[in-house]
Design a protein around this ligand. Sequence first.
Ligand code: SF4
Ligand code: F3S
Length: 106
Amino acid sequence: TFVVTDNCIKCKYTDCVLVCPVDAFFEGPNFLAIDPVICIDCALCVPECPADAIYQDTELPVDQIEYLALNEQLSQKWPNITKLKPVPVDADEWNGVKDKLHLLER
Ligand code: SF4
Ligand code: F3S
């Protein structure tokens, strides 16, 4: 599966959802999660993310490992998203800020 990681938090550009052929993305207040059961490992979403937040599970940086379980959990409770949403006004300011997990709204 592919995994949305820390840098999506408060960036949430949503470009990723437009290219997913199986609608595997689920939307929280300030983050998206991929359902690992739905994801077919096509990798199309990776280059679409302006925050470079999406990785294959096997290539997750060590400090992003916890996002594997988080995507699995949060995708189960959040609604599906398939359309582009307005980008948060301060998204570009948060792009690249490290360790945003404490800012994740669930
Ligand atoms: Fe969707 Fe492909 Fe990304 Fe998986 S890797 S979430 S199937 S676009
Ligand atoms: Fe997040 Fe990147 Fe998609 S910032 S919403 S994973 S385009």
